[in-house]
Design a protein around this ligand. Structure first.
Ligand SMILES: *Cc1c(COP(=O)(O)O)cnc(C)c1O
Length: 395
């Protein structure tokens, strides 16, 4: 007999990696998996019902983002939305081949921009300071007549640090440059209102929002000329491929619930995070928070444990049922230190000694209590095993 995952106690502190599908979301999507399998593009009523469900979801997502339903394009994931926005901006004007982004972006943005740089585009990678903050004045100076696009995160997935999106949008508006915002971690955690926000493209991912994996949204401002990436007739010709009706319905419901739960993220979830963080800081020596603690998501804490090897800590934490991550999920399992922490000017040692804990809707006080017991014990154990003591970190 093998143990199913559900028999084991899981302390899930990795909401920035993915989230549990909300049971209400599962309920809402089930009929669209079981019985209502019509194609939204079909002419008969059985198909039209699916189309209606997709349009209701579009309205619900638009309500969460504070935009018009016609500005919502459903995609397969956050990464697709990011790729589409950047490529669309570059297609708008062949004379503009310069892209501005930052050194702390999600891998979808980083990898595409690296690829574009090899294909003849010029990419400016804006730096951040030791608290993960971006200086808008540097952005302003980096914009050139041939700049096609500024693509920046709203909230960093590793540290939770928020970029000054309003100020960035203002600068882009004044300089008449397109602005894409990767808001995957911000949606549902902080209030957004896109009407008149000066943002041209914005990316959202379902699975960070208590929805299934494999569905996302690209917001395209109605005043922006859009060039599709995946061509076909669906989504008004903006994104080809028969819509993933069940997952889109799920995203609509998830958006509705997220809107209702925004206040809770700012209060209950923030309190859980703050209690966890302050207890760890109090119980363990040589711990520092990575990133600006003030301008930060309410659910995230990235902690550097002096002398710790995060890779080893993850194994011991996993044995005790704790799910958290070292650097970003995309780079854990490899020996590369987090590019985000490196861009903040930290050493390889500090980057490798850092763990990210991210909390959310289904975490309880009791789980935080358990985490506060387990994490210091694991850190102590590993430090006791390590031959290195004092300020020198494990190499
Ligand atoms: C998860 C994530 C993405 C990618 O979304 P997918 O749906 O997994 O492709 C992009 N940006 C940020 C900040 C993320 O956290």
């Amino acid at each position: 007999m093998t143990h199913s995952m559900s028999e084991e106690r899981i302390l899930y502190f990795d909401y920035n990696a993915t989230t549990q599908i909300d049971p209400a979301v599962v309920e809402e999507m089930l009929p669209w998996l079981r019985d209502c399998y019509g194609n939204p593009s079909s002419a008969y009523r059985f198909g039209k019902r699916a189309l209606q469900a997709v349009e209701v979801a579009r309205e619900r997502v638009a309500a969460l983002l504070g935009c018009e339903p016609s500005e919502i394009v459903f995609t397969s994931c956050g990464s697709e939305s990011i790729n589409t926005a950047i490529q669309s901006a570059l297609a708008a004007d062949p004379d503009r081949t310069h892209v501005i982004t930052s050194g702390v972006e999600h891998s979808a943005t980083m990898k595409l921009c690296e690829h574009l740089a090899r294909r003849g585009c010029e990419v400016t990678w804006l730096p951040v300071d030791s608290e993960g903050r971006l200086d808008p004045a540097r952005l302003e100076k980096a914009i050139r007549p041939d700049t096609a696009l500024v693509s920046l995160l709203w909230a960093n997935n590793e540290t939770g640090v928020l970029f000054p999106v309003e100020r960035i949008a203002e600068i882009c508006r004044a300089k008449k440059v397109l602005f894409h915002c990767d808001a995957v971690q911000a949606v549902g955690k902080i209030p957004l209102h896109l009407a008149d926000a000066g943002i041209h493209f914005l990316s959202v991912s379902g699975h960070k929002l208590h929805c299934p994996k494999g569905v996302g949204v690209l917001y395209v401002n109605k005043r922006v000329r859009f060039t599709p990436w995946l061509r076909g007739s669906q989504e008004g010709g903006r994104r080809g491929g028969t819509q993933n009706v069940a997952s889109i319905v799920a995203l609509g419901r998830a958006a509705e619930i997220a809107a209702q739960n925004l206040a809770e993220e700012q209060t209950r979830v923030r309190e859980l995070r703050d209690r966890f963080e302050s207890e760890i800081l109090a119980c363990v020596t040589g711990v520092e928070v990575n990133g600006d603690r003030e301008h930060r998501l309410p659910n995230t804490t990235s902690l550097a444990f002096e002398g710790l090897e995060a890779e080893g800590a993850l194994i011991l934490l996993d044995e005790r049922g704790v799910c958290c991550s070292a650097g970003s999920a995309c780079t854990s399992g490899s020996v590369h230190p987090s590019h985000v922490l490196k861009a903040m000017g930290f050493s390889n040692e500090r980057a490798r000694a850092s763990l990210r804990f991210s909390f959310g809707r289904f975490n309880t006080e009791a789980e935080i209590d358990a985490g506060i017991e387990i994490v210091p014990a694991v850190v102590e154990k590993l430090r006791a095993l390590s031959p290195v003591t004092g300020p020198v970190l494990v190499s």
